[in-house]
Design a protein around this ligand. Structure first.
Ligand code: PAF
Length: 286
């Protein structure tokens, strides 16, 4: 087990990457907000399969939180995170202070387009602008060949792919599968804030998503698929912000499903004061 190198500002992160790239070694970045769990480690494994060196960034980005209490209560366990990175053979950790990311006078924001206007974008004003801006900064600082993002945050992944393509950043964006607990709960740093009752109720999300997939498999369309998911999720949740069948590329709600296109069912719901999101791909033949 070797301790990862800790890099605290953009110049040292970029220098580290460029040194490796100068010897024809590829670098992969896994951007995170810390509170690392097995889902993140699976992303590190994906990163390693695409590169010779892996850098994990840890930064709780204030500009992507639309509620101050959500930002304040976001778990911060940096010593644990660094130990996990060391155990998992991460080569470097980019750990910028807020002042290194947003020095005084900082005055730029990326505004992603239509994909970002829906669902998460509608319920969390400014969220995707904050995400896109910080991700571009992380990509610029760490200058990786590849960056890996979790498919659990499917709309985020889609917005980032679009932004990276539109801005010609030349970084490969790779998706890591959603990792679930044995009872189906998608791994998320927010799960730490669920008490045992809320956690139990939150399992309805996975059951609802499985019911949606079964309904799609039976040949039903979006209305019936959403109803199948809601029948299980609505009674368990404190509030359901959305359950929707969307085109996985545009995130538009799809009233019908066209053969050959990719669709997903997406969910955001509250359990015991914690907001959870999840999604599942729907079979293409529906
Ligand atoms: O998915 C996350 O953890 C964050 O949104 C990200 C991509 C690290 C940007 O802050």
């Amino acid at each position: 087990m070797s301790t990862p190198l800790i890099l605290r500002d953009p110049a040292s992160a970029r220098r580290w990457t460029l040194e490796h790239q100068a010897s024809a070694r590829r670098v992969a970045l896994v951007p995170t907000m810390g509170a690392l769990h097995r889902g993140h480690l699976a992303l590190v494994d994906v990163a390693r399969s695409h590169a010779d060196h892996v850098i994990v960034s840890i930064f709780v980005n204030p500009t992507q939180f639309n509620r101050a209490e959500d930002f304040d209560s976001y778990p911060r366990v940096i010593d644990d995170d660094l130990a996990i990175c060391a155990e998992h053979g991460v080569d470097a950790v980019y750990l910028p202070a807020a002042e290194a990311m947003y020095p005084s006078g900082f005055d730029t924001r990326i505004e992603p387009g239509s994909i970002a206007s829906r669902w998460e974008g509608e319920h969390r004003a400014g969220h995707f602008s904050g995400v896109a801006t910080v991700v571009i900064k992380l990509l610029n600082a760490c200058a990786p060949d590849v960056a890996v993002f979790g498919a659990k945050d499917l709309q985020q992944l889609t917005v980032i792919r679009r932004t990276v393509t539109d801005l010609d950043l030349g970084v490969d964006i790779v998706a890591g599968d959603t990792i679930r607990e044995s009872d189906g709960l998608a791994m998320s740093s927010r799960n730490r804030r669920l008490d045992s009752v809320a956690r139990q109720r939150a399992l309805a999300i996975h059951r609802g998503l499985l019911a949606a997939v079964a309904c799609a498999n039976a040949g039903h369309g979006p209305d019936a698929i959403e109803r199948a998911a809601r029948d299980l999720i609505d009674p368990a949740a404190d509030d359901v912000e959305y359950v929707a069948v969307v085109d996985s590329a545009t995130f538009e709600r799809s009233p019908t499903m066209i053969d050959g296109c990719g669709y997903s069912v997406i969910v955001a719901a509250w359990f015991g004061g914690v907001r959870l999101i999840d999604n599942m791909a729907l079979p293409r033949s529906a």
